[in-house]
Design a protein around this ligand. Structure first.
Ligand code: F3S
Length: 398
Protein backbone atom coordinates (compact mmCIF):
# COMPACT_ATOMS: atom_id res chain seq x y z
CA UNK A 1 0.00 0.00 0.00
CA UNK A 2 1.30 3.43 -0.93
CA UNK A 3 2.10 5.65 2.08
CA UNK A 4 2.68 9.40 2.01
CA UNK A 5 5.81 10.74 3.67
CA UNK A 6 3.78 11.72 6.73
CA UNK A 7 2.14 8.30 6.96
CA UNK A 8 5.54 6.62 6.67
CA UNK A 9 6.79 8.74 9.56
CA UNK A 10 3.78 7.68 11.63
CA UNK A 11 4.62 4.06 10.86
CA UNK A 12 8.23 4.70 11.88
CA UNK A 13 7.06 5.88 15.28
CA UNK A 14 7.51 9.65 14.93
CA UNK A 15 4.10 10.29 16.57
CA UNK A 16 4.55 7.78 19.36
CA UNK A 17 3.55 4.25 20.27
CA UNK A 18 -0.25 4.33 19.71
CA UNK A 19 0.03 5.86 16.23
CA UNK A 20 2.86 3.46 15.25
CA UNK A 21 0.84 0.44 16.44
CA UNK A 22 -2.25 1.79 14.62
CA UNK A 23 -0.32 2.27 11.39
CA UNK A 24 0.95 -1.31 11.65
CA UNK A 25 -2.66 -2.55 11.96
CA UNK A 26 -3.88 -0.38 9.06
CA UNK A 27 -0.97 -1.29 6.76
CA UNK A 28 -1.45 -5.00 7.50
CA UNK A 29 -5.17 -4.73 6.69
CA UNK A 30 -4.48 -2.69 3.58
CA UNK A 31 -2.00 -5.28 2.33
CA UNK A 32 -4.37 -8.18 3.03
CA UNK A 33 -7.29 -6.55 1.21
CA UNK A 34 -5.29 -4.97 -1.61
CA UNK A 35 -5.88 -1.31 -0.66
CA UNK A 36 -3.83 1.14 -2.72
CA UNK A 37 -3.79 3.92 -0.13
CA UNK A 38 -5.24 5.28 3.09
CA UNK A 39 -8.23 7.67 3.01
CA UNK A 40 -9.37 10.23 5.57
CA UNK A 41 -12.34 9.30 7.75
CA UNK A 42 -14.91 11.75 9.13
CA UNK A 43 -15.69 9.76 12.27
CA UNK A 44 -15.10 6.48 14.08
CA UNK A 45 -17.37 4.22 16.14
CA UNK A 46 -15.41 1.87 18.41
CA UNK A 47 -16.86 -1.51 19.49
CA UNK A 48 -15.27 -3.92 21.95
CA UNK A 49 -16.06 -1.89 25.06
CA UNK A 50 -17.50 -4.48 27.43
CA UNK A 51 -15.02 -5.93 29.90
CA UNK A 52 -17.08 -9.11 29.54
CA UNK A 53 -15.70 -9.49 25.99
CA UNK A 54 -12.32 -7.77 26.44
CA UNK A 55 -11.05 -9.51 29.56
CA UNK A 56 -7.73 -8.53 31.14
CA UNK A 57 -5.77 -8.94 27.89
CA UNK A 58 -8.03 -6.42 26.15
CA UNK A 59 -7.80 -4.00 29.06
CA UNK A 60 -4.02 -4.22 28.99
CA UNK A 61 -3.98 -3.53 25.21
CA UNK A 62 -6.15 -0.42 25.74
CA UNK A 63 -4.03 0.85 28.63
CA UNK A 64 -0.89 0.57 26.49
CA UNK A 65 -2.52 2.61 23.71
CA UNK A 66 -3.93 5.15 26.18
CA UNK A 67 -0.40 6.03 27.38
CA UNK A 68 0.19 8.35 24.42
CA UNK A 69 -2.77 7.79 22.07
CA UNK A 70 -5.18 10.61 21.25
CA UNK A 71 -7.93 10.28 18.63
CA UNK A 72 -7.72 12.61 15.62
CA UNK A 73 -11.42 12.53 14.59
CA UNK A 74 -14.84 12.43 16.27
CA UNK A 75 -14.90 9.02 17.95
CA UNK A 76 -17.85 7.47 19.77
CA UNK A 77 -18.18 4.26 21.78
CA UNK A 78 -20.39 1.20 21.53
CA UNK A 79 -22.28 -0.14 24.59
CA UNK A 80 -20.26 -1.23 27.63
CA UNK A 81 -20.95 -4.22 29.87
CA UNK A 82 -23.00 -2.20 32.36
CA UNK A 83 -24.90 0.99 33.04
CA UNK A 84 -22.02 3.26 34.02
CA UNK A 85 -24.05 5.04 36.72
CA UNK A 86 -26.73 2.59 37.76
CA UNK A 87 -24.89 -0.73 37.49
CA UNK A 88 -25.84 -1.96 40.96
CA UNK A 89 -29.51 -1.74 40.06
CA UNK A 90 -28.89 -4.14 37.16
CA UNK A 91 -27.23 -6.72 39.41
CA UNK A 92 -23.64 -6.12 38.21
CA UNK A 93 -20.89 -7.19 40.65
CA UNK A 94 -18.38 -4.79 42.25
CA UNK A 95 -15.47 -6.69 40.62
CA UNK A 96 -16.95 -6.38 37.14
CA UNK A 97 -17.79 -2.69 37.66
CA UNK A 98 -14.24 -1.93 38.74
CA UNK A 99 -12.75 -3.52 35.62
CA UNK A 100 -15.36 -1.97 33.33
CA UNK A 101 -14.59 1.46 34.74
CA UNK A 102 -10.89 0.90 34.02
CA UNK A 103 -11.80 0.19 30.38
CA UNK A 104 -13.86 3.39 30.22
CA UNK A 105 -11.02 5.41 31.82
CA UNK A 106 -8.64 4.19 29.10
CA UNK A 107 -11.05 5.25 26.33
CA UNK A 108 -11.63 8.61 28.01
CA UNK A 109 -7.88 9.23 28.17
CA UNK A 110 -7.73 8.68 24.41
CA UNK A 111 -10.22 11.51 23.87
CA UNK A 112 -13.11 9.25 22.87
CA UNK A 113 -16.66 10.37 23.70
CA UNK A 114 -18.04 8.00 26.32
CA UNK A 115 -21.33 7.70 24.44
CA UNK A 116 -21.74 3.92 24.92
CA UNK A 117 -24.45 3.43 22.34
CA UNK A 118 -24.89 1.47 19.13
CA UNK A 119 -27.01 4.30 17.71
CA UNK A 120 -24.31 6.99 17.42
CA UNK A 121 -26.30 8.55 14.58
CA UNK A 122 -29.02 9.46 17.12
CA UNK A 123 -26.68 11.23 19.52
CA UNK A 124 -24.56 13.47 17.33
CA UNK A 125 -22.22 11.23 15.34
CA UNK A 126 -24.12 11.65 12.08
CA UNK A 127 -21.97 11.30 8.94
CA UNK A 128 -23.01 12.93 5.68
CA UNK A 129 -23.95 11.12 2.47
CA UNK A 130 -20.88 9.71 0.74
CA UNK A 131 -18.54 10.40 3.65
CA UNK A 132 -15.83 7.83 4.46
CA UNK A 133 -15.99 6.68 8.07
CA UNK A 134 -14.55 3.76 10.07
CA UNK A 135 -17.26 2.24 12.22
CA UNK A 136 -17.50 -1.03 14.05
CA UNK A 137 -20.76 -2.59 15.36
CA UNK A 138 -22.69 -4.33 12.63
CA UNK A 139 -26.09 -2.62 13.00
CA UNK A 140 -24.56 0.86 13.08
CA UNK A 141 -22.34 0.02 10.08
CA UNK A 142 -25.36 -1.20 8.11
CA UNK A 143 -27.37 1.90 9.06
CA UNK A 144 -24.50 4.22 8.08
CA UNK A 145 -23.92 2.51 4.72
CA UNK A 146 -27.55 2.01 3.76
CA UNK A 147 -29.81 4.58 5.42
CA UNK A 148 -27.31 7.46 5.52
CA UNK A 149 -25.22 6.52 2.47
CA UNK A 150 -21.85 6.97 4.22
CA UNK A 151 -19.07 4.50 3.36
CA UNK A 152 -17.56 2.11 5.88
CA UNK A 153 -16.34 -1.44 6.14
CA UNK A 154 -17.43 -3.50 9.12
CA UNK A 155 -14.45 -2.68 11.30
CA UNK A 156 -13.35 -4.67 14.31
CA UNK A 157 -12.60 -2.87 17.60
CA UNK A 158 -8.79 -2.63 17.04
CA UNK A 159 -9.02 -1.48 13.40
CA UNK A 160 -11.60 1.19 14.30
CA UNK A 161 -9.38 2.40 17.12
CA UNK A 162 -6.38 2.46 14.76
CA UNK A 163 -8.38 4.59 12.29
CA UNK A 164 -9.23 6.99 15.12
CA UNK A 165 -5.56 7.48 16.08
CA UNK A 166 -4.47 7.97 12.47
CA UNK A 167 -7.63 9.70 11.16
CA UNK A 168 -7.51 7.38 8.14
CA UNK A 169 -8.45 3.87 7.01
CA UNK A 170 -7.29 1.66 4.11
CA UNK A 171 -9.37 2.26 0.97
CA UNK A 172 -10.87 -1.12 0.08
CA UNK A 173 -14.19 -2.99 0.29
CA UNK A 174 -17.24 -0.79 0.82
CA UNK A 175 -15.16 2.41 0.48
CA UNK A 176 -15.02 1.71 -3.26
CA UNK A 177 -18.11 2.36 -5.40
CA UNK A 178 -17.54 -0.78 -7.48
CA UNK A 179 -18.04 -2.87 -4.33
CA UNK A 180 -21.31 -1.11 -3.44
CA UNK A 181 -23.32 -2.43 -6.36
CA UNK A 182 -26.36 -4.52 -5.30
CA UNK A 183 -26.23 -8.13 -6.46
CA UNK A 184 -29.56 -9.65 -5.43
CA UNK A 185 -33.07 -8.30 -6.01
CA UNK A 186 -35.37 -9.01 -3.08
CA UNK A 187 -39.04 -8.26 -3.70
CA UNK A 188 -41.06 -8.00 -0.51
CA UNK A 189 -44.64 -9.12 -0.91
CA UNK A 190 -45.43 -9.43 2.79
CA UNK A 191 -47.36 -7.40 5.35
CA UNK A 192 -45.19 -5.67 7.96
CA UNK A 193 -47.50 -4.61 10.77
CA UNK A 194 -45.30 -4.29 13.85
CA UNK A 195 -41.71 -3.39 14.75
CA UNK A 196 -40.56 -6.99 15.23
CA UNK A 197 -41.76 -7.84 11.69
CA UNK A 198 -38.79 -5.77 10.49
CA UNK A 199 -36.48 -8.03 12.48
CA UNK A 200 -38.19 -11.06 10.93
CA UNK A 201 -37.80 -9.48 7.48
CA UNK A 202 -34.10 -8.91 8.18
CA UNK A 203 -33.78 -12.57 9.15
CA UNK A 204 -35.44 -13.74 5.91
CA UNK A 205 -33.47 -11.42 3.65
CA UNK A 206 -30.21 -12.11 5.50
CA UNK A 207 -30.67 -15.86 4.97
CA UNK A 208 -31.59 -15.48 1.29
CA UNK A 209 -28.95 -12.84 0.49
CA UNK A 210 -26.07 -14.93 1.87
CA UNK A 211 -23.33 -12.29 1.96
CA UNK A 212 -24.70 -10.36 -1.02
CA UNK A 213 -25.93 -6.75 -1.22
CA UNK A 214 -29.73 -6.77 -1.39
CA UNK A 215 -31.74 -4.40 -3.57
CA UNK A 216 -35.14 -4.41 -1.91
CA UNK A 217 -38.39 -3.50 -3.66
CA UNK A 218 -42.03 -3.64 -2.59
CA UNK A 219 -41.74 -1.60 0.61
CA UNK A 220 -43.74 1.62 0.45
CA UNK A 221 -42.65 3.29 3.66
CA UNK A 222 -40.29 2.73 6.59
CA UNK A 223 -39.88 4.64 9.84
CA UNK A 224 -36.47 5.23 11.39
CA UNK A 225 -37.04 2.71 14.20
CA UNK A 226 -38.11 0.09 11.67
CA UNK A 227 -34.98 0.66 9.58
CA UNK A 228 -32.84 0.58 12.73
CA UNK A 229 -34.29 -2.82 13.65
CA UNK A 230 -33.99 -4.13 10.08
CA UNK A 231 -30.32 -3.06 9.86
CA UNK A 232 -29.47 -5.01 13.01
CA UNK A 233 -31.22 -8.14 11.81
CA UNK A 234 -30.30 -8.33 8.11
CA UNK A 235 -26.56 -8.23 8.82
CA UNK A 236 -26.74 -10.57 11.83
CA UNK A 237 -28.44 -13.24 9.75
CA UNK A 238 -26.24 -13.14 6.69
CA UNK A 239 -26.28 -10.15 4.32
CA UNK A 240 -23.43 -7.68 3.70
CA UNK A 241 -23.68 -4.49 5.85
CA UNK A 242 -25.25 -2.57 2.95
CA UNK A 243 -28.66 -2.71 1.26
CA UNK A 244 -30.74 -0.52 -0.99
CA UNK A 245 -34.47 -0.04 -0.45
CA UNK A 246 -36.10 1.36 -3.55
CA UNK A 247 -37.53 4.84 -2.96
CA UNK A 248 -36.44 4.82 0.71
CA UNK A 249 -32.67 4.68 1.03
CA UNK A 250 -30.24 6.96 -0.84
CA UNK A 251 -28.51 5.62 -3.92
CA UNK A 252 -31.29 3.13 -4.76
CA UNK A 253 -32.22 5.33 -7.75
CA UNK A 254 -28.73 4.85 -9.20
CA UNK A 255 -29.02 1.10 -9.56
CA UNK A 256 -31.36 -1.08 -11.61
CA UNK A 257 -32.66 -4.16 -9.75
CA UNK A 258 -30.13 -7.02 -10.13
CA UNK A 259 -31.05 -10.05 -12.29
CA UNK A 260 -30.97 -12.63 -9.49
CA UNK A 261 -34.34 -12.32 -7.77
CA UNK A 262 -35.99 -13.75 -4.68
CA UNK A 263 -39.34 -12.92 -3.12
CA UNK A 264 -40.31 -12.60 0.52
CA UNK A 265 -43.89 -13.66 1.23
CA UNK A 266 -45.93 -13.73 4.43
CA UNK A 267 -44.94 -17.37 4.90
CA UNK A 268 -41.25 -16.34 5.05
CA UNK A 269 -41.99 -13.84 7.83
CA UNK A 270 -43.92 -16.54 9.71
CA UNK A 271 -41.05 -18.97 9.23
CA UNK A 272 -38.58 -16.36 10.55
CA UNK A 273 -40.61 -16.03 13.77
CA UNK A 274 -40.68 -19.83 14.10
CA UNK A 275 -36.90 -19.99 13.80
CA UNK A 276 -36.19 -17.06 16.11
CA UNK A 277 -38.66 -18.09 18.82
CA UNK A 278 -38.13 -20.96 21.23
CA UNK A 279 -40.64 -23.10 23.11
CA UNK A 280 -40.95 -21.17 26.36
CA UNK A 281 -43.75 -19.60 28.39
CA UNK A 282 -42.19 -18.18 31.57
CA UNK A 283 -40.21 -15.02 30.84
CA UNK A 284 -37.41 -13.94 33.23
CA UNK A 285 -36.19 -10.89 31.35
CA UNK A 286 -37.86 -8.50 28.94
CA UNK A 287 -35.44 -6.23 27.15
CA UNK A 288 -36.41 -3.59 24.60
CA UNK A 289 -33.65 -1.62 22.93
CA UNK A 290 -31.60 -3.61 20.44
CA UNK A 291 -30.44 -1.43 18.77
CA UNK A 292 -30.74 1.13 21.57
CA UNK A 293 -34.22 2.64 22.01
CA UNK A 294 -35.02 5.96 20.40
CA UNK A 295 -36.96 8.52 22.44
CA UNK A 296 -40.05 7.61 20.40
CA UNK A 297 -39.80 3.98 21.48
CA UNK A 298 -39.27 5.00 25.12
CA UNK A 299 -42.40 7.17 24.95
CA UNK A 300 -44.38 4.22 23.61
CA UNK A 301 -43.13 1.92 26.38
CA UNK A 302 -43.98 4.52 29.05
CA UNK A 303 -47.51 4.90 27.69
CA UNK A 304 -48.04 1.12 27.60
CA UNK A 305 -46.85 0.75 31.21
CA UNK A 306 -49.24 3.39 32.57
CA UNK A 307 -51.14 1.97 35.58
CA UNK A 308 -49.37 -1.39 35.21
CA UNK A 309 -46.82 -3.28 37.34
CA UNK A 310 -44.01 -5.51 36.16
CA UNK A 311 -44.39 -9.08 37.40
CA UNK A 312 -42.19 -9.90 40.46
CA UNK A 313 -40.82 -12.88 38.50
CA UNK A 314 -39.62 -10.73 35.58
CA UNK A 315 -37.07 -7.97 35.03
CA UNK A 316 -37.90 -5.31 32.49
CA UNK A 317 -35.02 -3.39 30.88
CA UNK A 318 -35.08 -0.45 28.53
CA UNK A 319 -31.68 -0.36 26.83
CA UNK A 320 -30.81 3.06 25.50
CA UNK A 321 -28.22 5.79 25.31
CA UNK A 322 -27.71 8.09 28.28
CA UNK A 323 -28.64 10.97 25.99
CA UNK A 324 -32.07 9.46 25.21
CA UNK A 325 -32.55 8.70 28.92
CA UNK A 326 -31.91 12.36 29.79
CA UNK A 327 -34.71 13.38 27.45
CA UNK A 328 -36.90 10.64 28.97
CA UNK A 329 -36.16 12.08 32.44
CA UNK A 330 -37.33 15.52 31.36
CA UNK A 331 -40.46 14.25 29.62
CA UNK A 332 -41.52 12.11 32.61
CA UNK A 333 -41.12 8.78 30.75
CA UNK A 334 -38.42 7.58 33.17
CA UNK A 335 -40.73 8.05 36.12
CA UNK A 336 -43.58 6.26 34.36
CA UNK A 337 -41.38 3.27 33.49
CA UNK A 338 -39.69 3.07 36.90
CA UNK A 339 -43.00 3.47 38.77
CA UNK A 340 -44.18 0.32 36.98
CA UNK A 341 -41.03 -1.51 38.11
CA UNK A 342 -39.05 -1.18 34.88
CA UNK A 343 -35.32 -0.39 34.80
CA UNK A 344 -33.22 1.65 32.45
CA UNK A 345 -30.11 -0.07 31.13
CA UNK A 346 -28.17 2.91 29.76
CA UNK A 347 -24.73 2.48 28.18
CA UNK A 348 -25.17 -1.29 27.85
CA UNK A 349 -27.21 -3.97 26.14
CA UNK A 350 -28.47 -7.54 26.38
CA UNK A 351 -25.59 -8.88 24.26
CA UNK A 352 -22.61 -7.29 26.02
CA UNK A 353 -23.74 -7.27 29.68
CA UNK A 354 -22.62 -10.33 31.68
CA UNK A 355 -26.04 -12.04 31.68
CA UNK A 356 -25.08 -15.69 31.15
CA UNK A 357 -26.58 -17.84 33.89
CA UNK A 358 -28.73 -15.03 35.32
CA UNK A 359 -31.80 -15.44 33.10
CA UNK A 360 -33.27 -18.50 31.45
CA UNK A 361 -35.54 -16.71 29.01
CA UNK A 362 -35.89 -13.34 27.34
CA UNK A 363 -38.61 -11.54 25.40
CA UNK A 364 -37.59 -8.74 23.07
CA UNK A 365 -38.57 -6.84 19.94
CA UNK A 366 -35.21 -7.62 18.36
CA UNK A 367 -34.17 -10.48 16.07
CA UNK A 368 -30.52 -9.61 16.73
CA UNK A 369 -31.21 -9.59 20.47
CA UNK A 370 -32.59 -13.14 20.16
CA UNK A 371 -29.49 -14.29 18.27
CA UNK A 372 -27.12 -13.10 21.01
CA UNK A 373 -29.37 -14.18 23.87
CA UNK A 374 -29.27 -17.74 22.56
CA UNK A 375 -25.48 -17.52 22.75
CA UNK A 376 -26.01 -16.60 26.41
CA UNK A 377 -28.03 -19.85 26.77
CA UNK A 378 -31.40 -18.09 27.03
CA UNK A 379 -34.65 -19.18 25.41
CA UNK A 380 -36.02 -16.40 23.23
CA UNK A 381 -39.31 -14.84 22.21
CA UNK A 382 -39.61 -11.97 19.74
CA UNK A 383 -42.68 -9.78 19.41
CA UNK A 384 -44.06 -6.26 19.30
CA UNK A 385 -43.45 -3.68 22.03
CA UNK A 386 -47.03 -4.38 23.24
CA UNK A 387 -46.40 -8.14 23.44
CA UNK A 388 -43.12 -7.57 25.31
CA UNK A 389 -44.79 -5.22 27.82
CA UNK A 390 -47.56 -7.78 28.29
CA UNK A 391 -44.92 -10.48 28.98
CA UNK A 392 -43.24 -8.22 31.52
CA UNK A 393 -46.52 -7.59 33.31
CA UNK A 394 -47.71 -11.21 33.40
CA UNK A 395 -44.30 -12.93 33.48
CA UNK A 396 -45.56 -15.12 30.63
CA UNK A 397 -45.48 -15.15 26.87
CA UNK A 398 -48.97 -15.76 25.56
FE1 F3S B 1 -26.84 -2.63 19.95
FE2 F3S B 1 -26.30 -4.51 21.63
FE3 F3S B 1 -28.21 -4.85 19.90
S1 F3S B 1 -24.83 -3.29 20.58
S2 F3S B 1 -27.58 -3.68 18.14
S3 F3S B 1 -28.19 -3.34 21.55
S4 F3S B 1 -26.73 -6.38 20.50
Amino acid sequence: MYLTEKEQKMLDGEEGYAVKKSMQILVALGDIYGAERLIKVGSVQVAGVSYHNLGDAGLEFLNELAKDGKVKVLTTLNPAGMDLENWKNLGISEEFAEKQNMVIDAFEKMGILISCTCTPYLIGNLPRYGEHIAWSESSAVTFANSVIGAKTNREGGPSALAAAFVGKTPCYGLHLDENRVPDIHVHVNAALTKLSDWGALGYSIGKKAENKIPYITGIKDAELDELKSFCASVVTYGAKPLFYMQGITPGSEKHPPPKEKVTIENKDIKEAYENINDEVTDIDLVCIGCPHCSIKEIAEIAELLKDKKISPSTEFWVATSRFAKQIADKRGYTEMIERAGGKFACDTCMAVAPLKGRFRSVATTSAKGCYYSRQNSMKTKMGSIEECVEAAVTGKWS
